[in-house]
Design a protein around this ligand. Structure first.
Ligand SMILES: Nc1ncnc2c1ncn2[C@@H]1O[C@H](COP(=O)(O)OP(=O)(O)OP(=O)(O)O)[C@@H](O)[C@H]1O
Ligand SMILES: [Mg+2]
Length: 233
C-alpha cells in the first residue's frame, strides 16, 4: 500500500542574482509516495537538486505550497522544519557532507545524538548501518582516509540510521563501481519495499531498472512521471 508522503502544489524556484533571475524549477505539481523508489533524471543544471531540496524541506520554494503528510511545510518555522528533517528525512548529498574531524562511525552516530539517543544505542545502530553498506572494516577511519565510494557509503549509512520515512539521495552511486552501485540500489529498493519513500537523483542510466517511477526534469520543467511497469511488482 503506497501513500502520498510529500506533495508540491504549483511550486517553483527562482534564483535572483543582480538583474538576472534563473528559473531553477518551473511551476510544478507533483506527489511522492511511500513504498516506491522514484528516480529523478535529467541533464546537468536542469533543476534536479533544486527539486530534491524542496521535497526534502531544505529550501523553501519561491511560490506554491509543500505538504508533508498533510502538514503545510511552507507554513512551518525554520525550527519546526529542522525537526522534521532530523526525524523524518534521510539525506545523501551530492557532495557527501561528512564531518571531516569525525570518524565514519561518529559521522553515522551524529543524527542519532542530535535526536538525544544515548551514546550506546547510537553506536549500536551506527555499527549496524555501516555493516549494511559493507563498511564494517573502516568504521574508525576519518573521511580523508576513505575513498570516494567509501565516503558515499558512509553518507548512505548516515541517512538510513535514523530509520526515516523518506530517503533522498543526490547521485548516490556516482563514485561507485557497478557492483557496489548494485548493492546500494538493492538496499534502497528493500527500504522502499519496507514502506519508505525513496527518491534518487541520478544521471546513471543503469539505475532505471531499480525504479518504480521515473521523473524527467529538463530546463526546470518536470515531465509527467512514468511508472516503470516492467519492474513494478
Ligand atoms: N543557490 C543558487 N543560486 C543561484 N542559482 C542557482 C542556485 N542553485 C542552483 N542554481 C541554478 O539553478 C539551476 C538548477 O540547478 P540544480 O542544482 O537544481 O541542477 P541539477 O539538475 O541538480 O544539476 P547537476 O546534475 O549538475 O547537479 C542551474 O541553472 C543552477 O545554476
Ligand atoms: Mg545536482
Amino acid at each position: 500500500m503506497s501513500e502520498e508522503i510529500v506533495r508540491l502544489e504549483s511550486v517553483n524556484k527562482i534564483y535572483k542574482t543582480g538583474d538576472t533571475s534563473i528559473t531553477a524549477l518551473a511551476e510544478t505539481t507533483i506527489g511522492f509516495e511511500s513504498n516506491k523508489l522514484t528516480l529523478i533524471m535529467g541533464p546537468s543544471g536542469s533543476g534536479k537538486t533544486t527539486l530534491l531540496s524542496i521535497v526534502g524541506c531544505v529550501i523553501y520554494p519561491s511560490h506554491g505550497k509543500v505538504f508533508y503528510k498533510d502538514k503545510e511545510v511552507t507554513k512551518l518555522s525554520e525550527n519546526k522544519l529542522a525537526d522534521l528533517r532530523l526525524h523524518d528525512i534521510g539525506f545523501v548529498f551530492q557532495q557527501f557532507n561528512l564531518l571531516e574531524p569525525l570518524t565514519a562511525l561518529e559521522n553515522v552516530m551524529q543524527p542519532l545524538l542530535l535526536q538525544s539517543v544515548s551514546k550506546k544505542e547510537a553506536k549500536e545502530k551506527a555499527l549496524k548501518a555501516l555493516e549494511a553498506v559493507n563498511l564494517s572494516d573502516r568504521i574508525h577511519n576519518l573521511p580523508k582516509k576513505l575513498s570516494g565510494g567509501q565516503k558515499q557509503r558512509v553518507s548512505i549509512a548516515r541517512a538510513l540510521v535514523t530509520n526515516p520515512t523518506m530517503i533522498l539521495c543526490d547521485e548516490p552511486t556516482a563514485s561507485l563501481d557497478a557492483k557496489s552501485a548494485a548493492i546500494i540500489m538493492e538496499e534502497l529498493k528493500d527500504l522502499a519495499r519496507e514502506g519508505k519513500a525513496v527518491i534518487i537523483v541520478t544521471h546513471d542510466l543503469r539505475l532505471r531498472k531499480f525504479a518504480d517511477k521515473i521523473i524527467y526534469v529538463e530546463e526546470g520543467k518536470v515531465s509527467n512521471s512514468i511508472q516503470n511497469e516492467e519492474d513494478y511488482k
